[in-house]
Design a protein around this ligand. Sequence first.
Ligand code: CO
Length: 208
Amino acid sequence: MKKLPILFENNRKWASQISQNNPSFFSRLVQQQNPEFLWIGCSDSRVPANEIIGLLPGELFVHRNVANLVSHTDMNCLSVLQYAVEILKVRHIIVCGHYGCGGVKAALEDQPHGLIDNWLRCIRDIHQRRSSDLARFSTAEERINRLCELNVIEQVKNVGNTTIIQEAWQRDQMVTIHGWIYAISDGLLKDLDACVSSTSDLASLESL
Ligand code: CO
């Protein structure tokens, strides 16, 4: 017996719609993927990477985790990054957070959440390091949203400081890291102006 029939029905409709628009779409896609972009985003169900930037299968390589973190000990994220940069040769890496991120909120709460508190610990560290920036905002919601932005900027730095990106820049491979944030409330993206394409860009961002 098939489980979740509605999802299979949705899938058949989706595949036939794509084939109607472009009969060779899937047969061409099976040959290779050639994405220009790597997306590092939050697992939140309201932030579906391909859809919000209007990209089709084959156009976006994706890594998502709770609170869009790039940890230097996360083999999963680093493996995605290495494959994207060294094999797929993506030109752009987009770190995209979102306002009202549950992971960021949970990181600031006093009550324990179990295992995930270890994952979210680095957000508490950002909160402590950037306390003067955050103090400019009067409401808790504004402070959380600013911390969502600061978290993106920290993760852009983390991507830039990986051996993968450092080595790519050393061999003059063009790869740019972007920091974006998405508003669930209106579906719009904002560029956080934390764009880095070189070690000197990264040093400028680090000094902010
Ligand atoms: Co989130």
